[in-house]
Ligand binder design. Sequence first.
Ligand code: HDE
Length: 703
Amino acid sequence: MAKQSKQDSSRTVKIHDQQMHRGNGGELHQFAEDGMPVLTTAQGGPVADDQNTLKVGERGPALIEDFHFREKIFHFDHERIPERVVHARGYGAHGYFETYESLASYTRADIFQRAGEKTPVFVRFSTVAGSEGSADLARDVRGFAVKFYTKEGNWDIVGNNIPVFFIQDAIKFPDVIHSVKPEPDSAFPQAASAHDNFWDFISLTPESMHMIMWVMSDRAIPRSFRFMEGFGVHTFRLVNAKDESVFVKFHWKPKLGLQSVAWNEAVKINGADPDYHRRDLWEAIKSGNFPEWELCLQIFDQDFADKFDFDILDPTKIIPEEILPVQPVGRMVLDRMPDNFFAETEQVAFMTQNVPPGIDFSNDPLLQGRNFSYLDTQIKRLGSTNFTHIPINAPKCPFHHFQQDGHMAMRNPVGRVNYQPNSWGEGPRESPIQGFRHFPSEEAGPKVRLRAESFNDHYSQARQFYISQTMPEQNHIADALTFELSKVRTPVIRERMVSHLLNIDETLAGKVGHALGLREMPKPAPAAVPTRQDLDASPKLSIVENGPKRFEGRKLGILVTDGTDAALLNALIAAVTGEKAVYEIIAPKITGVQTSDGKWVEAHQKIDGGPSVLYDAVVVLPSADMIADLIRESTARDFVADAFAHCKFIGYSEAAMPLLEKAGITDNLDQGVVKLGAEKDVKTFIGELGKLRVWAREPSVKL
Ligand code: HDE
């Protein structure tokens, strides 16, 4: 027999009788000598050696008898489930929804009956096009899916951060998604719409033009999940106890206001921190800064709907808030991260068809198609009809049914009764009073494959969105279109897109056409109905107009060196914390710096790991002694130059001037570059930060 190596014998674990305890469920826990639980197989058998496979001799072949090795590798080989075909990359959190007041006159849904009612929720934010490992700052729509665990079963609002969609009919979904995903021969680009297939499809699909305006706007590069709106997109119904119905559109409004990043910033964030959005949510919730949204409703009836010349069933349309104000009906607070990403965020199964009594569907053809899709996808991904047995998907209210068996059945009916009606006086019964009653809308007509004429206007709201943006936001849309179309290799696709832009806004089309170097402008695309020029701008559609009032929830980056003025630094930290914002110290070495008072300040980031793109504003506080060293670091120069180019507020101490010069910004100093001479300047500076960006600077930086 081979000698046991020294290393092996030191790992041998002895189990003492007195170290065996019964757990709460009566199960027997075994504890190793060091008090930690004994490693077991999935069958519960204690494991003696987890470092070496069972072999014939220490240099010999492995033995098939090694059940522990076989089980461990077998399980590992099956760790992955198919990622979501869309919205693969996502991040979730738990929280609660609190109802403001009873909405009983509109809906019988239990969740809306009592003021102060708290309902647990799970939310998953996502990008759409990229696969699970793609970067967070792709230009893309963000998923905003909320599962309410109500007392009448799960209700899912499976929404996005954009209130309209690319297509009007679900049958086009595979096409739009195929076109945006990596091209099937080359398998690139990943998580990017800037390629021929996408723009080919879009330029042949005029109904997508309104959505394209949103996706080319800064809405598609949000700063954080916490600063995004969410939308149910479709028109739904509310139905009250008397079976009367009104239409409703769902909106989520972030308490901390809207905010996005600049495209050049997004590109750099993807390199510096591809997990930027998930890290942001994790850090906010783990530090007790719980993000909050208000659920707001737009409620209307058929008469109101009939006043529009677009169809309220068309998911490429919005009802401007200036015409129909939103009504806040509750707030959602996210206060707990999942214990395990896979168990919760990956396995959560959202379904548009999950609605409680009192919430119902409209005939929106996209919604109708989705109601088929989401059940299918769960079988594919989670592998069993019993996906509702997984804790994250199980209702939190009592439930009783006769569904049984199947793969991974965790709960089967107990006893004899597994059908109804039965004579045994046992088991659940249907209830016409409490149960879900579909709203009995009258439907009749020939069986056809047709789209209603009321779905024909593809340009008016695209134009309305564009004219509702501030000047910098309009410029960003033109820049995004130019960037994306410049990645398109086929000239005719570029021209076709510009021909659509001509129907939206001639100035926009002119800017993009010029930036693409078109020798001649194309003719406007043929339009089923002419673009309405009379729709008023809707300021609620602008991010800049709906930004935060304060710096709350944002992050300040403070660049320091040895000898940094301690009084100034402490004043900054106090002011930023007082504003309920956070900060990070960035230093030449990760261990930190010794400030002017001799104290040691630890760094959060070494300078090349903390570029300014990760912060909402920055401060440069080097000491006069160390500035010569700092300006030699190209990352320090980039820190300042990028913050300036991205129109951020920059605070600086006198000693930082040589760095500002080296970064090439001193010729252009504006009110956003603020000298912090004394502690009193700090307060004014922090007060300014709620403006987030100095947009007046943008024309001069020409990003
Ligand atoms: Fe989805 N969508 N979708 N979608 N969708 C999925 O369901 C689908 C649409 C949305 O975080 C899939 O579980 C069809 C609009 C979100 O887990 C799938 C159509 C909106 C999420 C599916 C649409 C959405 C999904 C993939 C056209 C905004 C992620 C995996 C009719 C209102 C939920 C899954 C999460 C996920 C189908 C269009 C939002 C395949 C057929 C419009 C937020 O079932």
